[in-house]
Design a protein around this ligand. Structure first.
Ligand SMILES: [Zn+2]
Ligand SMILES: [Zn+2]
Ligand SMILES: [Zn+2]
Length: 325
């Protein structure tokens, strides 16, 4: 059972999820390989479907699957109750970590990742993400769903088989609340529609563009090779995106991950899907995907201040990514 605890210094919730410490490979000394014990059968490979709870959804041609969604065996968020906050002391504020935690198996192949998928497969993945977001939105206690892909141990992956996670949580997380405030602060025009227009005009930070999606190394990149994937169609909610836009974003993510691998090698990265909180009526937000490679590590200054020091300017990162074509 997981618990939420409020950090009164930051106003942000922390999830204490002790069951998850039982996962293989957790709290292990630093090592480069994702799997410490390659003899353990992979629970996400075809033929081992019984190693996970029954699938919530599968996608692919009849009989076999290309994409599979299963409940997480070690859920950080679990249960259907709405958020009920208990004050158990002057600075002790807690709640049950209700919600949903699912695994998105990206492909049957044990090796590789999103960079290796064909267009149809990348589109299926985005359709799966869309469907799960729609499902989570029907749960009254789930305020927001975070979709992520962790690739490589430095990015937090504990299993090598390419997979993502969907975490339906009972509150709007701090980073998303900050972005929502950023859109309001920017004013009448949409912050990301304006970003797309301005970056396409400037041209020298555009890594990929077609008629439906633009990928830039944003002007404000906080880390080397950080990328921002923005669909051109304005919509706060990924769950409302048209199939053609989902296909285009899936293809764009595949394309830029391929460029990243050719430019700097098979580095660890996180994909972070940001969409408006479920049921959020304000139309100002614009859904997008962050590609966050882990090519450097953050240290005390960043931890202490939240101020990032980026040692590779996004203009140079763009040049290096485009040079791989
Ligand atoms: Zn596998
Ligand atoms: Zn917009
Ligand atoms: Zn974002």
């Amino acid at each position: 059972m997981s618990q939420l605890r409020l950090n009164p210094l930051t106003g942000r919730w922390v999830t204490v999820s002790t069951d998850r410490a039982g996962r293989p490979g957790d709290v292990a000394p630093r090592q480069r390989e994702v799997e410490a014990d390659p003899s353990r059968p992979c629970p996400f490979c075809p033929g081992h479907e019984e190693a996970t709870p029954p699938a919530l959804e599968t996608y692919g041609p009849g009989g076999s699957w290309l994409v599979r969604v299963v409940p997480n065996l070690y859920p950080a968020f679990h249960g259907g109750d709405v958020l009920a906050v208990d004050h158990v002391g002057p600075v002790f504020t807690q709640a049950r970590a209700n919600g949903i935690h699912e695994v998105l198996v990206l492909a049957p192949e044990h090796e590789g990742g999103w960079a290796d998928l064909d267009d149809r497969h990348a589109g299926l993945l985005m359709a799966a993400v869309r469907d799960r977001l729609e499902d989570h939105a029907r749960h009254a206690n789930v305020r927001y769903t975070q979709v992520i892909v962790n690739h490589g141990r430095e990015a937090g992956a504990t299993l090598a088989h390419p997979h993502g996670q969907l975490l339906g949580i009972p509150f709007v997380p701090g980073d998303v609340a900050e972005e929502l405030a950023g859109f309001v602060r920017f004013g009448a025009d949409c912050l990301l529609c304006t970003t797309v227009e301005a970056e396409v005009d400037a041209a020298h930070r555009v890594v990929h563009a077609d008629e439906r999606v633009v990928v830039v190394a944003p002007f404000w990149s906080g880390a080397p090779f950080e990328l921002l994937v923005v669909p051109r169609t304005h919509d706060p909610h990924l769950a409302r995106a048209a199939p053609a836009d989902l296909d285009a974003v899936g293809h764009a993510v595949r394309t830029v991950l391929g460029k990243l691998r050719r430019a700097v090698g098979d580095v660890a990265y996180n994909l972070v899907f940001h969409t408006a909180p479920h049921g959020f009526r304000d139309e100002s937000y614009h859904w997008h995907v962050h590609v966050l490679p882990r090519v450097t590590s953050t240290a005390g200054f960043e931890q202490g201040t939240g101020v990032l020091i980026n040692i590779i300017a996004p203009e140079l990162a763009t040049q290096r990514l485009l040079a791989t074509d």
